[in-house]
Design a protein around this ligand. Sequence first.
Ligand code: ARG
Length: 461
Amino acid sequence: MWGGRFKDGPDAIMEEINVSIDVDRHLYAQDIAASKAHAAMLAAQGIITASDAKNIAKGLDTILSEIGKGTFTFKRALEDIHMNVESRLSELIGPAAGRLHTARSRNDQVATDFRLFVRDTIDETDAALAAFQHALVERALEHADTVMPGFTHLQTAQPVTFGHHLLAYVEMAARDRGRLADARKRLNESPLGAAALAGTSFPLDRHATATALGFDRPMANSLDAVSDRDFVLETLSAAAIASVHLSRFAEEIVIWTSPLVGLVRLSDKFTSGSSIMPQKRNPDAAELVRAKTGRVIGSLSALLIVMKGLPLAYQKDMQEDKEGAMQAFAALSLAVRAMTGMVRDLVPDAARMKLAAGEGYATATDLADWLVRTLKMPFREAHHVTGRIVGIASKQGVALHELPLKEMQAVEPKITADVMKVLSVEASVQSRTSYGGTAPKNVRAQAKAWLKRLQKEQKLG
Ligand code: ARG
């Protein structure tokens, strides 16, 4: 492509370090779409003839189908997707192919292609997260009344409902989708026509190519257009946060399915065995979701580091933006789909959950609240009285609701038998009716509202 100035070909090592076709071949559809938009605009502006534009478009369509069918030969000597496509175009249509690159550079080309690619990725990830939310909401509705232990410090804290726990992840996924939507909004401007860095002397219509490619507008500054990768960084940041959410959930599945805990069981479909220990049921999928987070966070930090020292405008360093980002997006996509599968698959052990919910004096707060509500005791004093009662129960090795009323009255004579009705785990969760609380009726209402929202969204999409 630059034979005018060069007489020798590249050293083998030069070719090896410079080549990007193994990665940017994944941009072929976007590259061809952008080239078609560019050629049509060049013709409309009278920069190339209509017949050249027609031949270019036809040739590009042929290349698109060749790549789609797998009959296209990618050549490493041609470095990247842009030159592979252009070289094949000239084989197909002859010299007219050489007019396609008028008023364009690979710098604005690659920035355009990758914006389109990241935009598609955002849309796919959003759809996958919506399916994840849908699976969670359905299981939450099914388990609005299933009582489980809620933890802080991984110590039994207060009883909650399993549905409530699942809905927590629906909320997180909603914010993840919001972050991706934000990134998409800012990303959706067209670099095409910025050329190498300074713009061009040809009378381009950058608004036309922007519209043709579904962008909201052309980018306003040619230097910025070719040299920022903040759209990748922003999407990777959103992806990293989403991955962390999935990883926390995966970690919970690992804990819940451990025989030590036994709150949840996964079917054979999401479990693997051990080659030596016949009894084992390992939650490999959940473990790998947890691990894939490393790639996503790693790609984000790698690209931040690549970008941090680069002066304007394009630097070849930026070629390193794609491989890590593509791997990160693929890892997130797989993680979301695996978690969706596990949410549909998992079977909570309701009896074990209920038992565990009552362990460790999880309804102690309910007793303290009763003292405050019924005896008008200040909460701090109620906390102290309850603490003494828990101490007695613990010494006798019984649960709070098993402790004789007399023992409680020895600590606080005004306690009546009425207290017994707040000490069960069911009563505890049913009483948590404050907005956002774990009460089954709250969970049912929230799950139904989410279901409606997701269904409406699906209809609009
Ligand atoms: N393969 C390059 C990349 O991904 C395309 C842009 C090359 N531009 C250049 N001036 N060498 O960044």
